[in-house]
Design a protein around this ligand. Structure first.
Ligand SMILES: [Zn+2]
Ligand SMILES: [Zn+2]
Length: 278
């Protein structure tokens, strides 16, 4: 693989922010862990982990080429410390707990081009620095408890991950969404506005029972274009999951795991939002 291509691929790497879910204990589909034969591959854009049988599938689905590969191998038992026979054998309880060595590498799909990490430097200084930083944050941000908590809370409000989020096509109309002062593109409404995540059109929502609300321009736009997802302006904060994303074809409020990227496409720097909401 050419250096220039590798550099392009490395630009996909993100550094996890506090709002990112980072869970690197187990494949999100199979039961593979870093101790499994093929180790575990962490997508360095979404921070989801995959075993060797699913990393290719994730690449096909998302196009994300760069992975942190984590592999744990059993340390050889030193000769001066012979295996003690356990006095009592309990099934499922290993009192001869082996120690593991953990190794890391950066793997670029589809060819599984591998860079040992951190010993070998990547093509240029800039990508080396950003990849190192991302790996540091991934390895330190990881926490199973937090993940379980988040899963529990997202199950509680019953929002499903939209199937349209995965391969959402975004059209580059050079649209840059300003942080405030929005208006429906088809009428004068300045409230109850929805940003279509495909083309960046800002349009008004439904008319409410009391006559307030919008003129349904957002849903009319969906009926014409079939662009599936829109996010309500005013609900975007640094808490990604709190954003109000609506899926027209699924006809419900949904979660878009790639919302940060989808917003970045329209110039909304999600990660810089702290108390401000857009
Ligand atoms: Zn309107
Ligand atoms: Zn993305």
């Amino acid at each position: 693989m050419e250096m220039e291509l590798i550099r392009t691929y490395l630009s996909w790497v993100r550094i996890p922010e506090p709002s990112d879910r980072v869970y690197i204990q187990e494949c999100c589909i199979s039961f593979d862990t870093p101790k499994s034969e093929g180790g575990l591959f962490v997508d360095m854009n979404t921070f989801l982990a995959f075993g060797k049988d699913y990393v290719g599938w994730n690449f096909e689905k998302t196009g994300n080429p760069v992975y942190l590969h984590i592999k744990q191998t059993k340390k050889p038992i030193p000769v001066d410390r012979p295996l003690k026979k356990p006095t009592l054998t309990v099934i499922g309880f290993d009192n001869q707990d082996p120690e593991y060595d953990e190794t890391y590498s950066i793997v670029i799909l589809p060819d599984y081009v591998t860079f040992p990490f951190p010993s070998t430097t990547l093509p240029d200084k800039r990508s080396t620095i950003s990849v190192r930083l991302a790996v540091d944050v991934i390895l330190s941000a990881e926490g199973g408890a937090e993940w379980t908590e988040k899963i529990a809370s997202s199950t509680a409000d019953k929002k499903q991950v939209s199937e349209y989020a995965w391969n959402l096509k975004q059209i580059d109309n050079a649209v840059i969404i300003p942080p405030s002062g929005w208006k429906c593109a088809k009428c004068d409404k300045t409230e109850n506005l929805w940003l279509n995540l495909t083309d960046g059109m800002i349009l008004c929502g439904w008319k409410l029972w009391d006559g307030s609300g919008g003129n349904k321009h957002a849903i009319e736009h969906y009926n014409e274009t079939h662009y599936p997802l829109a996010v309500k302006l005013g609900t975007i904060t640094s808490d990604l999951e709190a954003a109000d994303v609506f899926s027209y074809p699924e006809d419900e409020s949904v979660t878009d795991p790639f919302l940060a990227d989808h917003l970045a496409f329209f110039g909304i720097d999600f990660y810089s939002l702290q108390k401000v909401s857009i």
